[in-house]
Design a protein around this ligand. Sequence first.
Ligand SMILES: Nc1ncnc2c1ncn2[C@@H]1O[C@H](COP(=O)(O)OP(=O)(O)OP(=O)(O)O)[C@@H](O)[C@H]1O
Ligand SMILES: [Mg+2]
Length: 260
Amino acid sequence: MAYTIAFANQKGGTAKTTTVANLAGVLNELGTRVLLVDIDPQASLTIGFGVNVPELGQTMYDVIAGDAALADVLRQVRENVDLAPTNINLSVAELQLVGEMRREDRLKQALAPLQGRYDFILIDCPPSLGLLTLNALSAADHVLIPMSCDYYALVGVRLLLDTLRRVQERLNPHLRILGVLPTRYDARTLHSKEVLEEVRGRLDGQVNVFDTVIRETVRFKEAPIQGQTITEYMSGHPAAQDFREFTEEFLHEFEQKSIA
Ligand SMILES: Nc1ncnc2c1ncn2[C@@H]1O[C@H](COP(=O)(O)OP(=O)(O)OP(=O)(O)O)[C@@H](O)[C@H]1O
Ligand SMILES: [Mg+2]
């Protein structure tokens, strides 16, 4: 059985996609079998792995609409990584779902036959708490919250934690909050430092905050243009090290192998 993790934050631009892509990059190096599921109609994860979106045949749109099996839309993007790609049509699927029965369960049902093939299934959510994100939170056994180190993101995390508790009560009692990953940390600014202190102080006792902090660097913007992850693009860069450390912490949560 795979561990299924949703990467969620209703705020835009908190590095959800960047976290999924770069975690997958390190997990691939470690030989861990990974399935990436892009359920954001913006398709950033799909694009970031160099997939030509206009040329795609069936996508997550067809899967959520109930017209395709997830196995039929997969693309192998690395030796150990498969991607379930998406495109803008997925936003239409979300609207179509509204009137349907068990509309929060589509993704869960679609993933069920693939559980045995992977160690980790990572779901990249859109920046909303709509039906697509609810599908991810219903399908997942864990949720990770990437949070950029800025004040509005901090405020947004509190709202998200309230929502996640409601999801645990009503939709998925098995959902475990893995924690908050501070991202886009700029050590040159007092603001970043203050937000990080706040997040550690205010969330202490409520939710795990990862020790690793992902630094702000333009390299994270450059890498996906080449269809690469940070560890592939600049293996020796401190930001690549951030992701290796984060992956080690992440794996520790599952008591799996760690990086030597
Ligand atoms: N550590 C970082 N340093 C610099 N830029 C970053 C960093 N993390 C992410 N970015 C950039 O910030 C932007 C938003 O990141 P990303 O797309 O990962 O966020 P997101 O939460 O998935 O956004 P959305 O909510 O739109 O899905 C992107 O241009 C990305 O390259
Ligand atoms: Mg994204």
